[in-house]
Write a protein that binds this ligand. Structure first.
Ligand code: CA
Length: 646
């Protein structure tokens, strides 16, 4: 009897392995390869570039309230590989025109002979995107995803560059998680850095083979925003939000109508950091959810709060900032929190009118609340309420308000994703642009929502006002964002400070340790189509004229972006093009001066360029340089210094 059982067991094993299906889908150039297997009933995938493994066998599937679809699965069929092409224009990301070529393969998985889901893979030369399409099970036409099995198994030698997810209901007025925490750099995978996981995007270095960036895109009211949980074996698994988020309101688990699709999981792979910095995958696989109700315009603005704080939100100071914006040739002023009580609605209408007379439009701050945190600043209780929100937006439209900055979301549950989407949809009805603060990472939103502008989701400039430590770490942090946070979405940082001190008197408070050229460089490095810089009216007279002149003309929208050199947390040199004008910028966070010979092969030999650079004491200057035939330039960037070539 025992023997018979054993034979049965061996037979069963043979049968499973015989029925295991393995499929490969490669990128158009054949170098990036995804291998999918259903061996043992637990689907896995593996990702390699040029024959080198970047993701080892990693789990697929999910456990739901209508069945565990992470085991007992069979790949029943795989479609033929289909070539997909798309071209699109997008005026709010790192690149205005994108040509997209992918190979698509759809793999169908069944359990007990019933079709459960397709996994749709799209593989382009440096990116993989995949999503699940789930099917009704008999009469069951909806489900709740309890736990996605999807994971990313890093090779042993890999190191991580991660930002811990914040503990729910902590931080200022219990507004976390708001994607405002510090990165830990170059940490061996498998190290437990955070019990609450990590926020997207997540960057990994695969030994000397290259880099991997993990993220997700296409997240809307139909799902939650996910995070990654790390395990000791170097795998990172998709996780739903935490139940405590939003003060415990709403479910942490996403619910789907069937058939229904999850957001896209994205993997960007490169031998260098160039494919990471230049990727457009968050936008390639999504599409606009509605039409723009008007032609939205982007540009630069001033913002009193970052230097003057709450007290500066008064009529006279806002008027002074309108004059300052006009003097800079800027299009907008961002009026921050408390305007509803410190200025009031009638005076706001007067302010908006005054702005119009100077060619300056207003952005207005709103609290997202809601009953999910304690943030006291007004206006409160408007953006979370459909009627009040639409009434407020009608008032804004009547008074020519250009946009809103909605703050203090704190939470990634499906309910919160619905609030983001509802605000965007309503705002478009009234022709209003939307910036989010204290918020989640945007996930393809620039293409999905035509009036979406940018999100904070980063330890932004305000932290330098609050803390000298953040000022001291400014260069280190600025050398991370171009490789991580800002690779997948517009980042509203509110920086490029030319004050020496974060105070209106420019004599006290936390002290900026970076150079003026550094401030200029970050205006190009940090991408967002609307920029409210941390400049102050006094900078017209106390900052170098070349710095002010540069800040007057620097673009906020880009036609192209190219990585030149850099390492997260150490230094970065990159280039962006607006029209036919290139801006090459660099910053250095390392103690020793950065000396590099860089190629400016995007320019023509003999062209004369403006070079802004720092001496050893971080004194900046501007000079003109004629480029030689080889288009090479030797550059030196001191610690906390910058470089700009235009
Ligand atoms: Ca914030």
């Amino acid at each position: 009897m025992k023997k018979k059982l054993l034979i049965c067991g061996v037979l069963a094993m043979m049968l499973t392995s015989a029925s295991a299906l393995e499929k490969q889908v490669a990128s158009p150039n054949g170098k990036l390869v995804v291998t999918v297997n259903d061996n043992g009933g637990k689907p896995t995938y593996q990702v390699s570039l040029d024959g080198k493994v970047f993701l080892e066998n990693s789990a697929l599937g999910m456990n739901t309230n209508i069945g565990d679809f992470s085991q007992g699965m069979t790949m029943s069929e795989a479609s033929a590989v289909k070539a997909i092409s798309d071209s699109y224009q997008l005026d709010r990301i790192k690149k205005s025109h994108v040509d997209y070529h992918a190979n698509q393969q759809v793999m169908t998985f069944t359990k007990n002979g019933k079709k459960v889901y397709d996994i749709i893979f799209q593989v382009i030369d440096n990116d993989v995107a995949f999503r699940y399409k789930l099917y009704p099970q008999g009469d069951t036409r909806c489900l709740v995803v309890k736990q996605e099995a999807t994971s990313y198994q890093m090779p042993k030698e890999a190191t991580s560059f991660l930002c811990p997810q914040m503990n729910p209901m902590t931080g200022f007025a219990r507004t976390a998680p708001s994607y405002e925490s510090n990165y830990a750099l170059d940490v061996p995978v498998g190290t437990q850095l955070s019990r609450t996981g990590y926020t997207f995007p997540c960057l990994f270095k695969n030994g000397n083979n290259g880099w991997v960036l993990l993220s997700e895109t296409g997240t809307d009211a139909g799902y939650v925003a996910c995070r990654l949980m790390g395990k000791a074996d170097g795998s990172y698994q998709i996780a739903n939000p935490m139940p405590e988020e939003m003060n415990g309101q709403g479910s942490a688990n996403p619910a789907l109508n069937l058939p229904g699709e999850t957001p896209w999981r994205t993997i960007t792979v490169g031998k260098t950091l160039a494919p990471i910095v230049e990727t457009t995958i968050p936008f390639d696989v999504v599409s606009p959810k509605y039409k723009a109700s008007k032609k939205y315009e982007y540009g630069k603005g001033t913002w009193s709060w970052i230097i003057g704080m709450d007290g500066s939100c008064n009529f006279n100071e806002q008027k002074r900032y309108i004059d300052f914006a006009a003097a800079m040739g800027y299009q907008t002023v961002l009026v921050d929190a408390l305007w509803d009580t410190q200025i009031g609605y009638p005076k706001m209408e007067e302010l908006a009118k005054y702005g119009k007379s100077k060619g300056v439009d207003l952005f207005l701050w709103y609290n997202s609340n809601g009953c999910w945190n304690d943030a006291p600043q007004g206006p409160r209780g408007i953006m979370d309420n459909t009627l009040k929100r639409r009434e407020a937006m009608a008032w804004m439209q009547k008074n020519g308000i250009r946009g809103i900055k909605v703050d203090f979301f704190g939470g990634d549950k499906q309910e919160m994703m619905k609030l983001y989407e509802d605000i965007l949809i309503d705002a478009n009805d009234y022709g209003i642009e939307v910036i989010f603060h204290g918020c989640t990472l945007p996930r393809g939103w620039e293409r999905m929502y035509p009036n979406y502008v940018a999100s904070e989701a980063v330890l932004a400039s305000e932290n330098m006002h609050f803390s000298q430590g953040m000022c001291d770490a400014e260069a280190r942090n600025a050398c991370i964002h171009p490789f991580v946070r800002n690779t997948v979405g517009s980042m509203d940082f509110g920086g490029s400070t030319l004050n020496k001190y974060y105070n209106s008197n420019n004599k006290s408070g936390s002290h900026r340790v970076t150079s003026d050229v550094f401030a200029l460089a970050t205006s190009v490095l940090f991408q967002a189509p609307v920029q409210h810089f941390a400049l102050a009216p006094n900078n017209l007279t106390d900052a170098p004229a070349w710095a002010i002149d540069f800040m007057k003309q620097v673009p906020t929208t880009w036609d192209d972006t190219r990585f030149i050199d850099g390492y997260p947390g150490k230094y970065v040199i990159m280039a962006r093009r607006h029209g036919d004008k290139w801006y090459v910028v660099g910053i250095n966070a390392e103690k020793q001066p950065l000396k590099k010979r860089i190629s400016l092969n995007m320019l023509k030999a003999g062209s004369i360029v403006n070079v802004y650079s720092d001496d050893a004491k971080l004194e900046g200057s501007k000079k003109q340089v004629k480029l030689g035939k080889k288009l090479m330039l030797d550059v030196t960037i001191p610690c906390n210094g910058g470089l700009v070539i235009e």
